[in-house]
Design a protein around this ligand. Structure first.
Ligand code: BEZ
Ligand code: FE
Length: 279
């Protein structure tokens, strides 16, 4: 029997997976082992520190339930979610960039008419409109456009029992010219949930928990890749320091003040979808 030395230890552990029947699982677990070992060596991790690490991960798991997913929040705040987004989005020059779905998406919202107002609470009125098109600029008709955002108090409808059911959530279809329009509110910046271990990690490391004001969009159309993205307000103080790293400059929009029957902000924005690869 050969003694394990610090030089042979990592290879011995990765070799222990050599009989793994699934090549992808084997690739992932052996790379994970190599990076974990390198990490521990690089920072010369102590037993005491790793015990704290395990306590933190345990608390993260305990905070999860059917609604709250603290591990996703951890992945978001460590920038891992947006790395995955970058690796996995097929991005073509002309197409709209993606951003994080976040934990507040809700399925099953009733479809509303072109131009409907999704705000049932007070705030600064805003009109969102534009077209859904393909990479050649051809309109995509009948695309399903789902939107959701926080109320003026920085809370999503599901987080706040004082908001009416379905407040600031909408589901629309683009018309034959690819156009969509809905009325809503100018969004406000808000903190990601801080009442758990991830919030404690942010405070302990001197980070703020704020996301710059944004409206989420999920756009689905037959024959196209689903686009999950968001539009961020250019005048938001946190636009350069999003707690979950989801802002891309192409997704930052101006809210243009306009006068109609009332004062409102106008946001005109097209979304460019990528055709699904034909196999
Ligand atoms: C959100 O934008 O809804 C969100 C994204 C990641 C973590 C928390 C919230
Ligand atoms: Fe959000």
């Amino acid at each position: 029997m050969k003694d394990l030395t610090s030089d042979t230890l990592t290879a011995t552990v990765t070799d222990s997976f050599s009989a793994c029947p699934d090549p992808r699982t084997k690739e992932i677990i052996t790379a994970l082992v190599r990076h974990l070992h390198d990490f521990a060596r690089e920072v010369r991790l102590t037993h005491e520190e790793w015990r704290h690490g395990i306590e933190f991960l345990t608390a993260t798991g305990r905070k999860c339930d059917g609604i709250r997913q603290e591990f996703i929040l951890l992945s978001d705040t460590l920038g891992l979610s947006i790395v995955l987004d970058a690796i996995n989005q097929r991005h073509e020059e002309a197409s709209t960039e993606s951003s994080l779905l976040g934990p507040f998406y809700r399925d099953g919202v009733r479809e509303a008419e072109f131009g409907a107002d999704i705000a049932q609470t007070e705030g600064e009125p805003a009109l969102f409109h534009g077209r859904v098109v393909d990479a050649n600029g051809t309109p995509v008709a009948s695309a399903l456009i789902e939107v959701w955002q926080t109320a003026a108090n920085g809370m999503y409808e599901g987080q706040d029992p004082d908001q009416p059911e379905g407040n600031l959530r909408g589901r629309f279809r683009s018309n034959a010219a690819g156009e969509y329009a809905f009325r809503s509110l100018k969004p406000t910046s808000y903190p990601i949930p801080t009442d758990g271990p991830v919030g404690r990690m942010l405070i302990a490391t001197g980070r703020h928990p704020m996301r710059p004001a944004h409206v989420h969009f999920k756009i689905e159309a037959h024959g196209y890749e689903t686009l999950t993205t968001a539009l961020f307000s250019s005048d938001d103080p946190y636009v350069d320091s999003d707690a979950v790293f989801g802002v891309k400059s192409s997704l930052v929009v101006d809210y243009v003040p306009k006068e109609g029957r009332e004062r409102f902000f106008d946001v005109e924005r097209d979304f460019v979808l990528i055709e699904k690869e034909r196999t």
